[in-house]
Structures are given as C-alpha cells and as structure tokens.
Design a protein around this ligand. Structure first.
Ligand SMILES: *Cc1c(COP(=O)(O)O)cnc(C)c1O
Length: 367
C-alpha cells in the first residue's frame, strides 16, 4: 500500500514533558513491576495518511489519544502490534535483540491487515529514541527488561468497510519483571476445543483480533485450573499449533527437537527462530514438522518425549509440565523444567544480556 521508496526520512520531533514522574515515584513503580502494568513517561506517535505518508512524528509525554468515535479500529479492528524488549547488558548499557526482525514482521502484519508499511529505519529509530529517553525506567529486578510495545491502528472516521486511509503508529514502554508469577516451575496447558487460526486467515499476523478471539479459550483454560491454552489446527483438530501467544518446542529422548512448521496459521516467533538457530549451531537436530495431539500423549506416556517448552519474547522460555483437555491429561517428563530447556534458555538470555558472545549479530547496543 504505502510507498516506501524515495520517501525522505521522517524527523521525530521532541516535545518536553511538563511533569515527568519524580525519581521517588518512578523507583516505587519499577521496584516490583510485574508485567504490563507500569508505563514510562514518554511515547512516540507517528501519523500516516493516504497521499501524505508518514508525518507528524513526535516523541513526547505519554498521554491519552483522542479518537473519533467512528475511527475504523473501533469497529473493524484494523490493528497490529509488536512485542520486543530492551535488555540490560553486563556492562550496564542496554541492548535490543533482533529489532530488525520485529520491524520486518510488523510490516508483514501490516500487509495482511491492509495497512501501510512503515520504513524499518523509522520503526527502529522510534523504538531506540524512546528507550534512550526513558532508560532510567529500567527495572532493578532479576530478569527485568523494558518491554517495548509498538502498535498501529486505523484512525480514519469511516464506517464503510475498506482499508482506512489514516493510521497512527505508537510506541510505549513498560518496565517488566517475569511474565508468569514465580512459584510454578513449569506451566500447565489446556488443549482448546476452539481454534485460533485457519488456513488463509490472520494466524501469522500479530494483530489484536487474534488475541480478542483467544480470550474465551484462555478463560476456559483458567477455569479448568491451567495456565495457558494450546490450540490445534482448524481443519482436523489434530495438529498442535501454538499457545495463545507463544510457540512450542518438543524435546525427545534421543536428543532431537521438534517444533510445528510455519504453515501460515502460527505466528513466526523471533524467539522460535533464535532457538532453532542456537540448537542447530550446537549440532542438535531440530525438525520443523507437524506433531499431533495423539502422538504428544503417546510420546509423553512412553517416555520418548522428555521435555516440552513454550517460547516468546514476553515469557522467554517456559517449561510445559502438564497437558490436559476434554479427553486428555498427561505429564511431561518429571513435570518440571527439563535440562535442554534450561540450557537453551540460558544461552539465549546470555546473548541478550551480553554475557555470551553474539556470534549471530543479533544484539544492538544502545544507550
Ligand atoms: C508474539 C507471538 C509469539 C512469539 O513471538 P516472539 O517473536 O518470539 O516474541 C508467538 N505466538 C503468538 C501468537 C504471538 O503473538
């Protein structure tokens, strides 16, 4: 849709904050931030309009956004987002991890939702400038990060159904601790009767609509006493796809790994891709192949399957210890975190935080 070529670089204008949080208020807010509840002082907003392209780019105070009640996003859910993190490096600086991949995926989501693409350079510059400005919001907790949420939505006041001609791109930051409340060594997942994505749908796009549709299935999982929902494919209700917001890996007793293939109905996770790369670099065999719920149960029961984990930026690598559903209930391995799960997680985290060499060129130091 949008013309990416030959558009001059958009300048991001700084707007001073009239009343940023006091050091005292900020320190209280980030002492135990949890996930997604605390926000920093600033935000980036960039407008897009047909014929005009990206314009009006401001890095200024975080504040409510006025919307016309007819704004398309409120009616037809034209919205996409990304989830990334700034990490604290061993030397005290901060880093971004594979931010170019988030920018590229954001544009892939934009294309699927009939929205304009944003130059990757502008996306990463917005993220970087915001993180640098609000660096003092980095939470002083183990495993802490600044969670970065870039998103875009349709602002055009129009109730007809067609791609909107006006959008806003916004970036906000949220100091974050661990995604799952600590205590449980592994999560328990519920196999949903609902489906998340069908072939030809929006399963590979990171759009709010996918999450809206996952809330009832996730609620059923919670009601049954589980932490997360696992979705099966829409056609046969047989093949394992992913959790509501994380990809899945399986580890077998012969040391091989398996993860469902990027079939168009699952989200192409950057954590998934990074773990595939790390595992293969170590000489491990990783298959990207379909895996059925029946095989999952049989392999867990026979002991062939020894570990299972979920992965994503927010929760990093999370062991799955138990699987239940209407007709199934089984434990994986000891029901706790497995050895390979732990070592892959440690390797990834060490690269992100600069305690292991970044041989793949994934880390960009900032601030
Ligand atoms: C964001 C997301 C993931 C994980 O992607 P990462 O790039 O690893 O953070 C997995 N599944 C869904 C549905 C997602 O929205």
């Amino acid at each position: 849709m949008a013309t990416l070529a030959a558009s001059p670089a958009v300048e991001i204008i700084r707007k001073a904050h009239p009343s940023p949080a006091s050091a005292e208020a900020r320190e209280a807010a980030i002492a135990d931030p949890g996930f997604g509840k605390v926000f920093t002082d600033h935000m980036v907003v960039i407008d897009w309009a047909e014929g005009k392209g990206w314009h009006n780019a401001v890095l200024g105070p975080r504040e409510p956004i006025a919307l016309d009640p007819a704004a398309s996003v409120l009616h037809y859910a034209q919205e996409i987002f990304e989830g990334m993190k700034a990490y604290r490096m061993a030397d005290g600086s901060m880093s971004l991890f594979r931010a170019d991949r988030n920018a590229a995926r954001f544009n892939a989501s934009a294309r699927r939702l009939a929205m304009p693409e944003i130059p990757e350079e502008l996306f990463t510059r917005a993220v970087r400038q915001l993180v640098e400005l609000d660096a003092q919001w980095f939470p002083p907790v183990a495993g802490g990060s600044l969670y970065i949420r870039p998103f875009m939505f349709a602002t055009e006041p129009f109730l007809g159904v067609r791609p909107a001609k006006q959008h806003k791109f916004v970036v906000i930051l949220s100091p974050a601790g661990n995604y799952f409340k600590s205590g449980a060594p592994a999560v328990s997942v519920w196999v949903s009767e609902f489906t998340r994505a069908a072939r030809g749908g929006t399963g590979a796009a990171k759009c709010g609509g996918n999450y809206a549709a996952s809330l009832v299935p996730t609620g059923v999982a919670f009601d049954n006493g589980h932490d997360q929902v696992v979705f099966l494919d829409a056609e046969e209700h047989k093949w394992i796809e992913e959790l509501g917001g994380m990809n899945l890996f399986f580890v077998f007793d012969d040391g091989t790994l398996l993860t469902p293939p990027l079939s168009g109905t699952i989200l192409p996770g950057i954590t998934r891709d990074s773990l595939l790369t790390l595992a293969r670099a170590e000489g491990l065999e990783v298959r990207e192949e379909r895996y059925s719920i029946d095989q999952w149960e049989a392999d867990a029961k026979s002991g062939r399957l020894v570990e299972c984990f979920a992965c994503g930026t927010a929760a990093v690598v999370t062991p799955v210890g138990r699987v239940a559903g209407k007709d199934v209930d089984f434990t994986i391995g000891s029901g706790g975190p497995g050895q390979l799960t732990g070592s892959l997680r440690d390797k990834l985290v060490a690269i992100q935080r600069g305690t292991a060499e970044d041989t793949h060129g994934w880390v960009t130091k900032i601030a």
